[in-house]
Design a protein around this ligand. Structure first.
Ligand code: SF4
Length: 336
């Protein structure tokens, strides 16, 4: 009796016609003008890749330009205080990335004489750099044959092959084999990322205009309307009492959060986590990926007893967006 072959195995064992030419032609004619497309400098590519991981291009653009004014080189970044790095990251969210970039810059100084490493293994060992980001840096900057497998590329590969349940391991194999090795990996990776970001979006697949529709098994199948098999993340409710101490001359009392947990190392008014939901409406609710933060504010003119310091200009420190929004509700955003 013949053993049955899984769709992925069959795909690996049969030759797969790679729609390379039309994809690359489309990419060259349609690529968005973005500053990181005009450089192969690893520092600039690295920063762009990390900023773009969980933040939209339009939010990244002004921060990206500003970043290199503040930290023109890896050396400048490595010696900068973490507070300055977090401040430069303000508005991009997921501050863990900023702490990793800072730590990686210090590692490059300590272990690589201040020069961004060119070996894939060394790149992927830097804090905050996974296999996909390392693949992007290695192919864009050092012409290495390393695929990228970010969220956009994963979606495109799953749709091309009609494998909505494919695991990351399977997708890595597909990403490696999909590339036409006669082409530059860098261009291929860019084209795949661009296709996923603009043409083959999660909720909008423009199959009519897609350069690879003839080769795609999911083309014109209303895939964006199909229920997602992605497990929904449980969101936990958290109740925070926020103590707003203000003083007409001294400003606002802020303290730095611990270097682990929600909003690690950022500055906030004193926060007390409550065990139960209070019987009053929260004055503000802020949503994080896994948490719904309910804020209950207590305003006070008295001298605070908690650790912290008076701040007259909050623009000097990195505050989370949720706290900025809360302060603006109380008109405390115009100090300085
Ligand atoms: S044909 Fe449609 S589903 Fe397939 S890659 Fe293009 S946009 Fe995505």
């Amino acid at each position: 009796m013949q053993a049955s072959i899984s769709p992925l195995k069959s795909l690996m064992t049969n030759s797969f016609s790679v729609p390379c030419k039309p994809l690359l032609q489309w990419y060259r004619a349609n690529l968005r003008e973005l500053p990181w497309r005009h450089t192969s400098d690893p520092y600039q590519i690295w920063v762009s890749e990390i900023m773009l991981q969980q933040t939209q291009v339009k939010t990244v653009l002004p921060r990206y330009q500003q970043w290199f004014q503040l930290f023109p080189s890896i050396q400048h970044l490595a010696v900068a205080p973490l507070d300055d790095v977090l401040k430069a990251w303000e508005g991009l969210g997921y501050y863990r990335r900023a702490r990793f970039i800072h730590a990686a810059a210090q590692q490059i100084i300590a272990k690589h004489d201040g020069v961004f490493p060119e070996q894939f293994d060394a790149i992927v060992n830097l804090p905050g750099i996974g296999k996909s980001t390392a693949g992007a840096i290695a192919s864009f900057c050092f012409d290495m044959n390393t695929p990228v497998l970010d969220g956009n590329v994963k979606r495109v590969l799953k749709r091309w092959h009609e494998l909505p349940e494919a695991t990351d391991k399977q997708l890595w194999r597909l990403a490696q084999t999909a590339i036409d090795t006669s082409q530059k990996f860098a261009t291929w990776n860019q084209a795949m990322m661009e296709l996923g970001a603009t043409m083959c979006q999660a909720h909008r697949a423009q199959c009519d205009d897609c350069p690879v529709s003839k080769h795609c098994k999911s083309a014109f199948s209303n895939i964006e309307k199909q229920p997602s098999n992605k497990k929904k993340t449980a969101v936990k409710d958290v109740f925070w009492q926020i103590n707003l101490h203000t003083h007409p001359d001294k400003g606002l009392w802020l303290q730095q959060r611990p270097n682990k947990g929600i909003w690690a190392s950022l500055w906030t008014p004193p926060i007390i986590e409550l065990d139960t939901r209070p019987n009053v409406e929260p004055c503000y609710i802020h949503l994080l990926t896994h948490r719904r933060l309910h804020f209950y504010t207590i305003q006070s003119k008295s001298e605070p007893v908690s650790k912290g310091r008076w701040v007259t200009d909050i623009t000097d420190l990195a505050l989370p967006t949720g706290i900025h929004r809360l302060l603006s509700k109380y008109h405390i955003n115009t100090m300085g």
